[in-house]
Design a protein around this ligand. Structure first.
Ligand code: FES
Length: 154
């Protein structure tokens, strides 16, 4: 079926196949490879993108269900001039990017959290990222990065 979906602020008309996932549409046909294919079961969070501002697992979300809606991927976070967001900069500065496989998903989850909560507590940060598995950082650097980003916004 033909759908229109807004991806990173641009309205795209795309033909989607039955059972095609949003992750497959983004990565394989729209060339947006930021969201990663980790478990393919909606468990690891590496594929997290925002749908109308809310984090979802793109690997299990039907592309057809995105008709008329707005998808944001990690490629859409930074402004066109390429300057990193405060959260992205804080990830780099805090050592929260190690192998990087989880990083796009974590950024999207935390971007949504910070849109709702200007200064989340450590417990709120840890609760928000419970669905984003990171094998490298032990999560402490991620929590530090959020604190740094919140401080930079003050
Ligand atoms: Fe390697 Fe998170 S930085 S899995």
């Amino acid at each position: 079926m033909e759908i229109e979906v807004t991806v990173n602020g641009v309205v795209r008309g795309v033909e989607v196949r039955p059972h095609e996932t949003l992750l497959a549409l983004l990565r394989d046909r729209l060339g947006l490879r930021g969201a990663k294919n980790g478990c393919s079961e909606g468990e690891c969070g590496a594929c997290t993108v925002l749908l109308d501002g809310a984090p979802i697992d793109a690997c299990i979300y039907p592309a057809a269900a995105c008709a008329g809606r707005s998808v944001t991927t990690v490629e859409g976070l930074a402004p066109p001039d390429g300057e990193l967001t405060a959260l992205q900069r804080a990830f780099v500065d805090s050592g929260a990017v190690q192998c990087g496989f989880c990083t796009p998903g974590l950024l999207m989850t935390l971007h949504a959290l910070l849109a709702e909560r200007a200064a989340p507590s450590e417990a709120e940060v840890r609760r928000a990222i419970v669905g984003n598995i990171c094998r490298c950082t032990g999560y402490a650097h991620v929590v530090d990065a959020v604190a740094q980003a919140v401080g930079a916004r003050r």
